[in-house]
Write a protein that binds this ligand. Structure first.
Ligand code: MYR
Length: 284
């Protein structure tokens, strides 16, 4: 039986204790304030990041992990594994996937399989958790990758940014209709389509956007099949807990997790953003 390692990047925001429990390795992306670059989680916590964002007069930027870091990590994992499954954030919003692939092509002593989650944050974490569970059950790389593809077809995530200018400034907002002048007047529900972020529906208030997201979840939850749901927040833990509590009550068969937009994703979404992601818990 081949020994499979599961590696994901930091933007899946799986807390360290969860990663340790599930044997999931992590490679950090970076957040950059002026001349200072920090590896998220390792050199800057999410709490510190939102504080810095408020107190500094410069806005942060982000960068992907270096190819050297991927190569080193692959070499370390090669010592006691036969294969590595790498789960990255969407290749449409970051070069991380491509860098992971380039490093894999330069690595000879272990088979590296890079999976583009086409999303980010806890929904990306759901892929990593599924891969780790299946590896623990002795499933083959082929079986795991096939299941991840099935999950991708069934993964849903909708989110909204309190201030769209961060996404616009970072060049991660697609959709020609969102011109700068209209940015402040709308709170569109956003989602991923073909790996990039596009408006799903234009809504005028944050309240309406959240109601729309809950309606979308309701449509998928109607069948009663168990779902894994995550409420994701950018420094709004109380609001996220409130929504999660409501969802737990409404969908007793679902597992509802509260997760967060950490420094790298928070740079592009801004404080106050909220999202909800979900996927069917058992796809086979
Ligand atoms: C990099 O510098 O390579 C990282 C760029 C990250 C862009 C993030 C854009 C916002 C993503 C929102 C994800 C919401 C998932 C539910």
């Amino acid at each position: 039986m081949s020994k499979i390692a599961v590696l994901t990047d930091s933007t899946s925001y799986l807390p360290k204790d969860i990663r340790q429990e599930h044997n999931i390795e992590m490679i950090p992306l970076n957040v950059v304030f002026g001349e200072e670059e920090y590896k998220e989680e390792l050199e800057i916590t999410t709490e510190q990041f939102y504080e810095e964002m408020k107190s500094k007069d410069m806005l942060p930027k982000t960068s992907q992990p270096s190819i050297g870091l991927f190569e080193e990590t692959y070499q370390r994992l090669a010592q006691d594994h036969d294969d590595i499954i790498v789960i990255t954030l969407s290749s449409g919003i970051s070069g991380t996937y491509q860098t992971a692939v380039s490093a894999a092509n330069m690595t000879e002593n272990i088979d590296v399989h890079v999976f583009d989650s086409e999303i980010s944050c806890m929904p990306q974490g759901f892929f990593a958790l599924a891969a780790s569970r299946m590896a623990g059950e002795g499933k083959s790389v082929h079986e795991i990758l096939a299941y991840l593809e099935l999950m991708k077809d069934n993964m849903r995530a909708y989110f909204m940014a309190d201030d769209l200018s961060h996404l616009h400034r970072g060049g991660r907002l697609n959709g020609a209709q969102l011109v700068v002048g209209s940015l402040l007047q709308i709170k569109p529900v956003l989602h991923f389509e073909n790996k990039v972020i596009v408006p799903f529906e234009k809504v005028r208030t944050a309240k309406r956007a959240l109601t729309r997201i809950k309606d979308l979840l309701d449509e998928d939850a109607a069948s009663g099949e168990p779902l894994d749901i995550t409420v994701i927040h950018a420094n709004r833990p109380e609001k996220a807990e409130e929504i999660a509590g409501e969802l737990r009550e409404k969908y007793p068969t679902a597992s509802v997790y509260v997760s967060y937009f950490g420094p790298v994703i928070g740079t592009h979404l801004g404080e106050g953003s909220l999202g909800v992601g979900w996927v069917k818990a058992n796809l086979v």
